[in-house]
Design a protein around this ligand. Sequence first.
Ligand code: FAD
Length: 125
Amino acid sequence: MTAPSAGEADITADIVIVGAGFAGLGMGIALDKAGRGGYVILEKASEIGGTWRENTYPGCACDIRSLLYSFSFEPKRDWSRQFPRQPEILEYLRQVVDSYDLARRIQLRDLGQRHPVRSARSGRS
Ligand SMILES: Cc1cc2nc3c(=O)[nH]c(=O)nc-3n(C[C@H](O)[C@H](O)[C@H](O)COP(=O)(O)OP(=O)(O)OC[C@H]3O[C@@H](n4cnc5c(N)ncnc54)[C@H](O)[C@@H]3O)c2cc1C
C-alpha cells in the first residue's frame, strides 16, 4: 500500500493506518499481535490521541465508565475517577504507545505544514 502524503512524499508499507487515535493505535497493536509488523500509522497532527488530543475544553471527559473506556487488553487500574477527563485519557493513550512500542510505527506531521493522507493505493496487481 502506498499513501501519498499531501503530494509531498510517497510512503510505502504493507498496511497503512490513517490516524493515531484509539482506533488506529488499537489496529496497530492488533497487527503486531498477528505478526503483521509491516505497517505504518500516519497521523496528520503532531501528537497521537485523536479526539482526546483535539478536545481540551474545561471539563472535557468521556461519559463511559473508565473501566470500559479503555482497551480490554490494556486495563488501567488506577483511573482517578469513573468518568475520566481528557488529560487522563490522553495520558493513557501515550502510555499505551510506550507499552506497545508503537512510536516507531507512527509518523506524525512535520513541524511545519500538516500532511493529511489524501489517497492510498494498493501495489498489488
Ligand atoms: C468530548 C468527547 C467525549 C467522548 N466520549 C465518548 C465516550 O464516553 N464513549 C465513546 O465511546 N466515545 C466517546 N467519544 C467519541 C470518541 O471520538 C471515540 O470514542 C474515539 O476516541 C474515536 O477514536 P478514533 O481513533 O476512531 O478517531 P479519532 O480519535 O478522531 O482519531 C482519528 C485520528 O486520525 C487523524 N486523521 C484524520 N484524518 C487524517 C488524514 N487524512 N491523514 C492523517 N491523519 C488523519 C486525526 O488527526 C486523529 O488523530 C467522545 C468524543 C468527545 C469529543
